[in-house]
Design a protein around this ligand. Structure first.
Ligand SMILES: Nc1ncnc2c1ncn2[C@@H]1O[C@H](COP(=O)(O)OP(=O)(O)OP(=O)(O)O)[C@@H](O)[C@H]1O
Length: 368
């Protein structure tokens, strides 16, 4: 647990970067600091490992005032990952990762063995260990940065915009990877970003900062999207927040409807007034036959109307709504864990579910 108690940072030129910050970062989860540029996120993060000293106030890590700790020793117990990884260019990838264990007095052999394990943990092939950082892609460099920060197995990990220098697809992969790692490791992670989508995707708790280093709201992502504390937070979380908040609404039991289906290679039968869903041998959806389609002989993949996104039962409702909206028939196709056809759902059904899930007094009056 990391506690900020009335922490203020005023730089020598008078800039107040952080203003009376009171915040408790819970142990074992990812907490994100988010906000527009210059609102004091990085300064707050760097005060945790004493790269910046507060002007006033106290920071406690697991109940210990960080001022009582020797800074190099403190930093060895707190992993730190920065934008563009900050790797040492003249050391191999393996030696980059082994740096902190070596500094902590491990033998070279043991430190390298640990480094190799960590490369595997972050999903990098062992042979990359012999390369130099410049010989890796941006995404790979970030993974090395994460591996290096984890090397001494610190309970706390500080990550300052670690994924902002890579393209959106790689970034999403790295976010997934971090969530997977965190599932295994249960570290206390403080993650700084200016990207609200990244914040609500990876944070279990999100602290929104505003200009002048003031904490505007501190809440779980679903709460932030559903109930922004003020206009600043509402503006910052953005216009699609209602839709995006569906990412956090579990579908529970969606009542599925069924449609007519036909398997590839089978005759389509007589034309009907309904959309017909075409499945392959494993019952994976392949596309649609529009109403009144006439197919000579067996159905093939060639003439099908492409389907929309697929919704896996039990995952958040955003996917169900998207499946319905993107489907040419207006029927969102629901699949099971193996991707096999399970049923269909309409946007109307999804919206009804959302309404029912809404925890309001009105809901109670309606007898839900
Ligand atoms: N060494 C310094 N001296 C003077 N002012 C500083 C110093 N470091 C940061 N600041 C100022 O403190 C404020 C907060 O900076 P900080 O880097 O913490 O913001 P941030 O929210 O992390 O921004 P960004 O998203 O742009 O990195 C800014 O106005 C910045 O210019």
């Amino acid at each position: 647990m990391i506690e900020f108690r009335a922490v203020t940072k005023r730089f020598d030129d008078g800039t107040v970067a952080v203003n009376q910050l009171d915040l408790t970062v819970e142990a074992g989860i990812i907490t994100v600091f988010v906000g527009p540029s210059g609102c004091g996120k990085t300064t707050s993060l760097r005060m945790i490992n004493r790269m910046v000293e507060p002007t006033s106030g106290t920071i406690l890590v697991d109940g210990q005032d960080v001022r009582a700790a020797d800074p190099p020793r403190l930093r060895r117990g707190i992993g730190y990952v920065i934008q563009q990884a900050g790797l040492f260019p003249h050391r191999t990838v393996l030696d980059n990762v082994a740096t902190v264990p070596l500094l902590s007095g491990w033998s070279r052999g043991r430190a390298r063995h640990r480094a190799a394990e960590l490369l595997e943990l972050v999903g990098l092939p062992a042979e990359l260990g012999r390369r130099y950082p410049a010989q890796l892609s941006g995404g790979q460099q970030q993974r090395v940065g994460v591996a290096r920060a984890l090397a001494a197995d610190p309970p706390v990990l500080l990550m300052d915009e670690p994924f902002s220098a890579v393209d959106p697809v790689v970034r999403e992969g790295l976010q997934d990877e971090l969530l997977r790692l965190q599932d295994e490791l249960d570290k206390t992670i403080v993650f700084v970003t200016h990207d609200i989508d990244e914040a609500v995707r990876i944070g279990e708790k999100v602290a929104v900062f505003r200009e002048g280093g003031v904490l505007a709201q501190y809440a779980a992502p679903a709460e932030l999207l559903a109930r922004p504390a003020d206009d600043f937070v509402a503006g910052f979380v953005g216009r699609d927040r209602g839709y995006r908040s569906l990412s956090f609404v579990d579908s529970g039991e969606v009542a599925l409807d069924q449609v007519s289906t036909v398997a590839i290679g089978q005759p389509a039968g007589a034309p009907t007034a309904e959309w017909v869903l075409v499945l392959d041998e494993q019952r994976h959806p392949r596309g649609w036959l529009p109403p009144r389609s006439t197919v000579e002989g067996a159905v093939t993949e060639a003439g099908l109307t492409p389907g929309g996104s697929l919704y896996q039962a039990g995952t958040p409702l955003r996917g169900a709504l998207d499946a319905a909206l993107s489907s040419p028939s207006g029927l969102g196709v629901v699949v099971d864990e193996r991707g096999g056809y399970a049923g269909v759902v309409t946007a109307r059904q999804v919206l009804d579910l959302i309404e029912r899930a809404r925890p309001t007094a009105t809901g109670a009056e309606r007898g839900h």
